[in-house]
Each structure stands twice: as structure tokens, then as C-alpha cells.
Design a binder for this molecule. Structure first.
Ligand code: PLP
Ligand code: COI
Length: 359
């Protein structure tokens, strides 16, 4: 099912950023946004692209009180062949629907959603930056919008897509980040919403993130919520370790986000002949590997963060240096190949990229 999309173009287009080295992440927004409403009676209706601006919201709206919100993060790339392309967009759309199911928000038709994303990206194609390492970050999100205070699955919702030209997520760029392992707060537990990409997971992570930043660390590495013993994921990335030649990454236990970059890295690593173990991986095992010298590399994977080397790990008063605080060989190879596929410089043998339009 395709959704009807009306387009009202802005009559006051903004100046686009000139210095793409200063884009940062998520601070600049394009000229337009997509909005679509849902009601239990009508289904999805009134799909529209309008000039970027504030959303009117009822003061009793469900999202403001009970946090019924889910989102996605994906990117449009300006490829070497002159086309603007998306990376595995159906994976994001399927995950958005999985998140919607968990929070009792309405599902979207998958093909219809892809059509919305392509229409937005084509309209904003001049905002897709040109420089190496940059892209147009796309943030689709949905929230419950019932105008009353009872706690129930919603009958009204809103789906929005906004776009932001971005550079590196971390100030460190592709240089190693410092990660603090959190031993007190937890992000999610099995049976909760960890596998869903919902705003509440991030709200629950802010206190530990702030503490880590105050102590000079970039992000938090979460442990499981029951035993605080097994490694889960980093604030905005999944995590992988190279130990004695093998790659180890926490299994998708229900409390971590099933990352699309994670999935893609696993597929690349297996294609290159690496053994990839997706399993429970304890903090004790990690520090044994640190101390015995078998921890060769550690990195995070995510749409915003891409492939990000981890140079330091802090836990309970002790700091460990990984890979001499340098980007490791496998981390670099993953970064080069993944971004190479996304930017059309490495052949896309997996068929991951979807062309949107000519740039
Ligand atoms: N884990 C968390 C908590 C995230 O916010 C993200 C970012 O989206 C990821 C993992 C990586 O997921 P993906 O590779 O799909 O962007
Ligand atoms: C992404 O990588 O797209 C994310 O959603 C991470 C984010 C919370 C900035």
C-alpha cells in the first residue's frame, strides 16, 4: 500500500552548510519534514511534506506523559556514481514495526514507508553533503498522540520524518573512543523494551552517560540488567571484540538493539572467513582477555557512529588500554568496506544499497 503524500514546499529555503567539516551530528535540519496522522478509525491518513517547523501537540498527548515513542536512524549517501542511495532501508522499516508492536503503536506498510523515505530524500537531495565521511541522517519517528490521560494502548499516533546533514557522530571521528563500563544503572532487561528503538531506553541511559562524560569518557558500555555480568551494548552502538583471532559479540538476548550495522559487519566478517561468536560474553572474560593480552581489538557499530574503535575501557576504578589506543586492522577493514559500499566505492556484492535518485 502506498500512502498519499501531498507536498507543500517552503518559500524560504535555508542556506545549506558551506563548511562540511563542521557538520557534527543532528544540529542542522533540512527545509522540509514528513508528517502523517493515524487514528484507529481511519488508519494512516493525511501524509504530507511541509516546511520544517514545530509540531503542534496536545498538552495531554500520550507521548508527553507515558513516553510512547519509537524512532529509527538511517542515512542517505551521495555515491561515487552520482546517485543518492539508502543502506538496507527495509531493515530499518522492519525494526520500526517491531518497535511499534512492542509499544502498541500502529504498524506502517513497509513498501509505503520506503516510498515516504525515498520521496523525502529526493526532495531534500541537495542537502546530502558531498565530503567524505558525511551523509544525510534520516530520523523517522512515531509517537502516541491520544489527547487524554488514561494509560492505554493509543488510538491516535503521528509519524514524522526529519533529515539532518551530518559528519562524524563522535568528536573523535574515526579515532578511538574511551568507554566507561557502567556497574550501577542498567539500560534494559529481557522482557522490557531493550530490543525496541524507543525513546524511553535513551532517557534511562542519560544519567550514566552524563556521569561517564564528566569523567572524560565518550559513552557507557551497559551490562545485563539481572546479573550485571554480561556485556550488552554501548549507548548508541553494538559492540564487538577480537579475541585471539576470533570475533565475539553479545548475542541478541532481547535487551539489546538488533543493530543493522552489527548485522552487516557480521556478514562481512563471515564472508572474509572470520569466526564470529554471537554469545553471552561476561565482563570477567573481557578482562581476562585484557590481562592475558588476547584482546586484540574492540569496536562499536552503529548508523550514526559507523565503525568506531574503542581505545580505553574503564571499569570499577581501573582503566584498560585496547590495541595501544590505535585503530585495529579488522576495525579499519570493516570501516573501509562498509563505508566503501555505502559511498559506492566498493562493489555492493550483498545488494545492500537502494538507489533513490540521481544526485
Ligand atoms: N544500540 C543502540 C542503543 C543504538 O542506539 C544504536 C543506533 O542505532 C545501535 C545499537 C546500532 O544500531 P544500527 O546499527 O542499526 O544503527
Ligand atoms: C543511530 O545510530 O542511528 C542512532 O539512533 C544512535 C543515536 C541514538 C544517535
Amino acid at each position: 500500500m502506498k500512502y498519499d503524500i501531498s507536498i507543500t514546499k517552503t518559500d524560504a529555503p535555508k542556506a545549506r552548510p558551506v563548511d562540511e567539516s563542521k557538520l557534527g551530528f543532528g544540529r542542522i535540519f533540512t527545509d522540509h519534514m514528513f508528517i502523517m496522522d493515524y487514528s484507529a478509525d481511519k488508519g494512516w491518513y493525511n501524509g504530507r511534506i511541509v516546511p520544517f517547523g514545530p509540531l503542534p501537540i496536545h498538552p495531554a498527548s500520550t507521548v508527553l506523559h507515558y513516553g510512547a515513542e519509537i524512532f529509527e536512524g538511517m542515512k542517505a549517501y551521495r555515491a561515487a556514481d552520482g546517485n543518492i542511495r539508502l543502506f538496507r532501508p527495509m531493515e530499518n522499516i522492519k525494526r520500526l514495526n517491531n518497535s511499534a508492536e512492542r509499544l502498541c503503536l500502529p504498524l506502517l506498510d513497509e513498501e509505503g514507508c520506503l516510498d515516504i523515505l525515498k520521496t523525502m530524500v529526493e526532495l531534500e537531495k541537495d542537502w546530502v553533503p558531498h565530503s567524505e565521511g558525511t551523509s544525510l541522517y534520516i530520523r523517522p519517528y512515531m509517537f502516541g498522540n491520544d489527547p487524554h490521560l488514561g494509560v492505554h494502548a493509543v488510538k491516535e499516533a503521528t509519524f514524522v520524518v526529519i533529515c539532518s546533514p551530518v559528519g562524524a557522530y563522535y568528536a573523535e571521528g574515526i579515532n578511538p573512543v574511551k568507554i566507561a563500563i557502567e556497574s550501577s544503572d542498567v539500560r534494559a532487561v529481557r522482557g522490557g523494551t531493550g530490543y525496541a528503538k524507543c525513546g524511553g531506553n535513551y532517557a534511562a541511559s542519560l544519567r550514566a552517560g552524563q556521569k561517564a562524560e564528566e569523567n572524560g569518557y565518550t559513552q557507557v558500555l551497559w551490562l545485563d540488567g539481572v546479573e550485571r555480568k554480561y556485556i550488552e551494548e554501548v549507548g548508541a552502538m553494538n559492540v564487538m571484540f577480537k579475541i585471539d583471532g576470533k570475533i565475539v559479540t553479545p548475542a541478541l538476548s532481547g535487551s539489546i538493539l538488533p543493530g543493522i550495522t552489527r548485522k552487516s559487519c557480521i556478514e562481512l566478517l563471515k564472508a572474509w572467513g572470520y569466526t564470529v561468536e554471537e554469545r553471552a560474553f561476561s565482563i570477567d572474560e573481557l578482562f581476562e582477555a585484557c590481562e592475558s593480552g588476547t584482546l586484540e581489538e574492540a569496536w562499536g557499530t552503529g548508523t550514526a557512529a559507523v565503525v568506531s574503535p574503542i581505545g580505553h575501557l574503564f571499569y570499577n576504578g581501573k582503566e584498560y588500554t585496547v590495541s595501544d589506543n590505535k585503530i585495529g586492522e579488522v576495525t579499519q577493514k570493516l570501516y573501509d568496506n562498509l563505508t566503501g559500499i555505502q559511498w559506492g566505492k566498493v562493489e555492493d556484492t550483498f545488494g545492500w544499497c537502494v538507489d533513490v535518485c540521481n544526485g
